[in-house]
Design a protein around this ligand. Structure first.
Ligand code: ZN
Ligand code: FE
Ligand code: FE
Ligand code: ZN
Length: 264
C-alpha cells in the first residue's frame, strides 16, 4: 500500500491547484490514502507572505479537508501540516499543534539562523557561509528537531543538498549522529521524491543516509512534496524501488498522530 502524505495546496501562496484537484489526482494515481501537509502559519516565523499560509486561511484549510473526505469516500484523506523547526520555540509549537485535530505533523529545517537555505533567491548563502559549515549547521538543526519530539515525521532529511552543493569534508560522522538522534527520538522520516525535480536530481534522503536509517530501524513514510496536482505521487515507482533495495518492507501511516505500519 502507498500513501502520499506530503501535499501542498494553493492556500500557502506558492503552490498551484485547489485541494479537490489534489484529491482527484491522488484517486487517479490509485492511492488508497493521501494527506495534506501545507505550510503551517506560526506566529514566530521569520515570515515571508508567499512562504506559508496566512493565519486567517488556516481554519478554512482544516474545514476543507474534512469536507473533502465526505465528498470523496473512495480515498482516505489525512490532515497534516508541515511546520518549520525554529530552535527555542518548541513549547510554543507543541501548544499550538495540540489545538488542532491533525493526523500528523511534518518537521522541516528550512531556516538556518533565519536564512532560508532552500530558496533559490538566497542561494548565495552557500558560498558566503561555506558549504561544509552549512551542512554541519543544517544537520545539527535536524538533530535538534528530532530531539524536540514535536514532530511525527522529519521532512526531506538531507534537503541541504537541494541545489547540488556537496561538502568537501567527509560527513559520514554527521550523518551517523543525525540517524542516532532520529532513532533515539522514536520518530519517522519520509522518502520525499521532490529532490528528483530539483537541481540535485536525487530523492531525499540519499541512499547512504537511507541505509543508515534502515539499520537503525527508523520507520519511513512517503511524500511527493507536490506543489501542483500533477506532482501527486510523482516518481513513487523509484521511491518504492529504493526502499526495497535498502530493505524496507513496510511504511508508516498516521491517524490522529498515532503511527501504524503497513506492508509496502
Ligand atoms: Zn512549499
Ligand atoms: Fe519543506
Ligand atoms: Fe513541503
Ligand atoms: Zn517540504
Amino acid at each position: 500500500m502507498l500513501v502520499d502524505y506530503h501535499i501542498h495546496t494553493k492556500k500557502c501562496g506558492h503552490a498551484r491547484g485547489e485541494m479537490h484537484e489534489y484529491v482527484e489526482a491522488a484517486i487517479a494515481r490509485g492511492l488508497p490514502e493521501m494527506g495534506f501537509s501545507d505550510h503551517m502559519p506560526l506566529p514566530y516565523l521569520p515570515l515571508d507572505e508567499e512562504y506559508v499560509m496566512p493565519a486567517a486561511r488556516f481554519p478554512e484549510y482544516l474545514a476543507d479537508a474534512a469536507r473533502l473526505q465526505e465528498k470523496y469516500p473512495r480515498i482516505r484523506i489525512r490532515l497534516g501540516v508541515e511546520a518549520d523547526f525554529i530552535p527555542g520555540y518548541t513549547e510554543q509549537l507543541v501548544q499550538i499543534l495540540s489545538g488542532y485535530p491533525l493526523d500528523y505533523v511534518y518537521g522541516s529545517v528550512h531556516f538556518i539562523d533565519g536564512w532560508l537555505h532552500d530558496d533559490s533567491r538566497f542561494i548565495d548563502g552557500y558560498q558566503r557561509r561555506g558549504v561544509d559549515n552549512v551542512y554541519r549547521d543544517y544537520f545539527r538543526l535536524v538533530q535538534e528537531a528530532a530531539e524536540s519530539g514535536a514532530f511525527d515525521i522529519l521532512s526531506h532529511l538531507d534537503l541541504v543538498k537541494k541545489f547540488g552543493f556537496r561538502p568537501q569534508r567527509d560527513i559520514r560522522g554527521l550523518l551517523e549522529e543525525t540517524v542516532a538522534a532520529v532513532a533515539e527520538s522514536g520518530k519517522c522520516i519520509e522518502i520525499n521524491t521532490s529532490g528528483l525535480r530539483k537541481p540535485v536530481k536525487e530523492i531525499y534522503p540519499g541512499r547512504e543516509l537511507l541505509e543508515l536509517l534502515f539499520q537503525a530501524s527508523v520507520p519511513v513514510t512517503l511524500g511527493s512534496d507536490a506543489h501542483a496536482p500533477e506532482e501527486v505521487a510523482s516518481d513513487f515507482d523509484l521511491a518504492v524501488a529504493l526502499l526495497r533495495q535498502v530493505g524496507y518492507r513496510r511504511i508508516a501511516t498516521f491517524r490522529r498522530r498515532r503511527r501504524y505500519l503497513v506492508d509496502l
